[in-house]
Ligand binder design. Structure first.
Ligand code: C2E
Ligand code: CA
Ligand code: CA
Length: 346
């Protein structure tokens, strides 16, 4: 039998089994219907290992349960699922064994040209020495729930670093720290208690922190997010809406929630000088923010020209490779020291 014929026969058989089970039957007074999910894996070519065949069938059953009820194992989709699972396992270990660290990217006040804050960004070098990409491992952390311990660690580590910067400068180092909060953390964790805990443990005021949230938090659970934001605000922290312009939420939330800063997504900023539509979007966001009394941060500022244009348009802050890439903590301290020395001699 050819491969296609064999696949067809397996699918037909699965369908017959399913229909036989689905047909309702009577049990005393009750009419009972049974539904079932069937996963099919084909033993061919590369797959000659029985254990692997069963694992593949299990992946297919999992997919069948959330989808079409009968599902065949397709290498592409399942390779991705398996890679994500492997990443999840490695990430769980990395969190437990403290293999993550934070990098710190400066944020510049566009009017004065001074660095006023750092954004804390998670970094993970795996056991093979490979630097994993945050835009891959953060989504895996979100899907698996690992973002809850990861996010708690990031908040605590950011606070610890800020105290270290202060102590190294013999007092308030003059910088704020921005920490990313995922929508999943807001859903599953008591985020205000987590932030308050770090503030108390490290003796820091809330105003030293900016918390960056995305619109997806508001879409997934508006009431809970609103409560969390008000609780964070009452701790004195500054709240920023991250990746603004890329979400699909109802803009009415902007008036109702305690938002201090809109962070304009890099996808609009980086090419705005060459693209009329993008500059129109940036202008629109800037005037929206102004009308609502909010500040703005442009992400992805890579050239001087861009920084000057944004400053002229009234954007408050800029962040991007023009100022610095995300820095190791020791380099962040060196930068703070240099800036303070310059200020003193000016
Ligand atoms: P994000 O919050 O939008 O962070 C900014 C990202 O843009 C960072 O990527 C940064 O390295 C990059 N970037 C900054 N300036 C420039 C520039 O001028 N040009 C270009 N091309 N890129 C620039 P990174 O570090 O890879 O982080 C990716 C995303 O991962 C972050 O996007 C954030 O959503 C997420 N993330 C990172 N750390 C954490 C964390 O601790 N918690 C949570 N929840 N998310 C995190
Ligand atoms: Ca961010
Ligand atoms: Ca962003």
């Amino acid at each position: 039998m050819g491969i296609d014929a064999a696949r067809y026969e397996a699918e037909q058989l699965a369908d017959r089994i399913r229909r036989a089970l689905v047909a309702p039957f009577r049990l005393s007074d009750y009419e009972i219907g049974v539904d079932c999910a069937i996963g099919i894996a084909h033993g061919e070519d590369a797959v000659d290992d029985v254990e692997e065949l069963i694992r593949n069938a299990q992946f297919a059953v999992k997919a069948a349960k959330s989808g079409t009820q009968v599902e065949s194992y397709h290498t592409d989709a399942f390779t991705i699922a398996r890679d994500q699972f492997a990443m999840e396992t490695a990430l769980r270990r990395a969190i437990e064994q403290s293999q993550l660290r934070l990098a710190f990217q400066p944020i510049c006040d566009l009017a004065s040209g001074e660095i006023v804050a750092f954004e804390a960004l998670a970094r993970w070098r795996d056991l093979q020495g490979v630097d994993q990409d945050p835009s891959k491992f953060i989504p895996v952390a979100e899907e698996s729930g690992l973002i809850v311990p990861l996010g708690r660690w990031a908040m605590e580590e950011a606070a610890r670093t800020l105290v270290w910067l202060d102590e190294s400068c013999g007092g308030d180092c003059g910088m704020r720290m921005a920490v990313n909060l995922s929508a999943i953390q807001i859903q599953r964790d008591d985020i205000a208690a987590v932030v308050e805990g770090s503030l108390i443990r490290h003796g820091l005021k809330g105003e030293r922190f900016t918390l960056e949230l995305t619109e997806s938090a508001i879409v997934s659970d508006p009431d809970r997010t609103a409560r969390a934001m008000h609780a964070l605000r009452s701790l004195g922290t500054v709240l920023a809406m991250d990746d603004f312009g890329t979400g699909y939420s109802n803009l009415a939330y902007l008036q109702q929630l305690p938002i201090d800063i809109l962070k304009i997504d890099r996808s609009f900023v980086t090419e705005m000088l060459a693209d009329r539509d993008k500059i129109a979007i940036v202008r629109a966001i800037l005037s929206l923010a102004q009308a609502l009394g909010m500040k703005t941060t442009a992400e992805g500022v890579e050239t001087n020209e861009l920084a000057q244009t944004l400053a002229a348009l009234g954007c408050t802050y800029g962040q991007g490779y023009l100022y610095a890439r995300p820095l190791e903590a020791s380099d962040a301290l060196a930068l703070v020291r240099r800036l303070r020395a310059q200020r003193r001699s000016a």
